[in-house]
Design a binder for this molecule. Structure first.
Ligand code: 8YV
Length: 319
């Protein structure tokens, strides 16, 4: 038996899976998923980052072998608890790098070239655009990247092709300059976040960091909302202490329509669509299903989060 608690996997992939394994579509918290207590016989769980995977729910699934996440981020999963219980956790890295990077560049251009703001302008019958409404070139601007992993490096390459100067403070990326973290906040015209949500990164872009930014600078976030202290961000945007922000992710998703962010004109808001292209969602779905089936068939999954458990299972004779 396989639990399915994501509606995002393309339907034909789900149908294909259902021909091989009995599928139970489940939503909601632990108690709703297994209202009668332990759900024996559930060996696989195909899920996404909106579903909390807690020790409590893992305890209700004594036969679980794999959590296959439709997404690269896995901050919703208590990986240590899964590892302790011998449950492999898989995710979908790499296949969404380009889609998220494209969106990031789009958000930079939307902010820098006023694409969203000027759209509102026209709709309100305003024309032409002249000083002081002129915007600034994106080429020649400095992009500070927080989190120089696969996606950060891809964004760096695209930004460099646009003529931006890229700075970062950790890791390495071709053609990018490494600076101190505070210097990154001080020097950047755009800051783009590509770090996972961890105890270390939670709230790590807060009032202090926002205060270091230039009043003309923009913040872009396509990673996880909680990396930013949203209250501090709202205050900085409201008071014009930074020029604007583009957010694909928020602390609470879906963002309630009455949220203060929705009332600010210097913000571009997107409904968590970094990976939301037909091609990328299919590639993610295919990888998530392959990972799930591999474990159920006692083979090695392609992309595993708790690699130490995989090594242990390998030692015990898994092929
Ligand atoms: C989501 C994401 O997976 O990959 C991630 O970590 O945040 C997105 O790609 C997607 O929205 C499905 O939940």
């Amino acid at each position: 038996m396989v639990f399915l608690s994501t509606a995002l996997v393309p339907p034909d992939l789900v149908e294909g899976l259902a021909t091989r394994y009995p599928l139970a579509r489940v939503t909601g918290a632990a108690a709703e998923i297994t209202p009668d207590g332990a759900a024996a016989g559930v060996r696989g769980w195909l899920t996404d980052p909106t579903q909390p995977v807690t020790p409590d729910i893992l305890d209700r699934l004594p036969d679980l072998a794999v959590i296959s996440q439709f997404g690269v981020g896995y901050d919703n999963v208590d990986v240590a608890a899964a590892t302790e219980r011998g449950v492999l956790v898989c995710n979908t890295p790499a296949v969404l790098d380009q889609a998220v990077s494209e969106l990031t560049i789009g958000m930079i251009l939307a902010l820098g070239r006023g694409i969203v703001g000027f759209d509102r302008f026209v709709r309100h019958g305003r024309w032409p655009v002249q000083a002081p409404e002129l915007v600034h070139d994106v080429h020649g601007a400095v992009l500070g990247i927080l989190g120089m992993g696969r996606i950060g490096r891809r964004v760096a390459r695209l930004a460099q092709a646009l003529g931006m100067t890229v700075i970062h403070h950790r890791g390495s990326a071709e053609g990018a300059t490494r600076v101190e973290r505070d210097a990154l906040f001080r020097q950047a015209d755009f800051i783009s976040i590509h770090a996972p949500l961890t105890p270390e990164t939670r709230g790590s872009v807060g009032a202090r960091e926002l205060a270091l930014m230039k009043p003309s600078a923009y913040l872009v976030n396509t990673s996880r909302g909680a990396v930013v202290d949203e209250r501090a961000l709202v205050a900085a945007l409201r008071d014009g202490r930074i020029a604007g922000a583009a957010l694909d992710v928020m602390e609470r998703e879906p963002l309630p329509a009455e949220h203060e962010l929705c009332r600010l004109d210097n913000v571009v808001l997107l409904p968590h669509v970094g990976s939301a292209t037909v091609q990328t969602r299919r590639a993610m779905g295919e990888l998530a299903v392959r990972n799930l089936v591999a474990v159920l068939e006692d083979r090695r999954p392609e992309t595993v989060v708790n690699a130490e458990l995989l090594a242990r299972l390998d030692d015990q004779g898994r092929t």
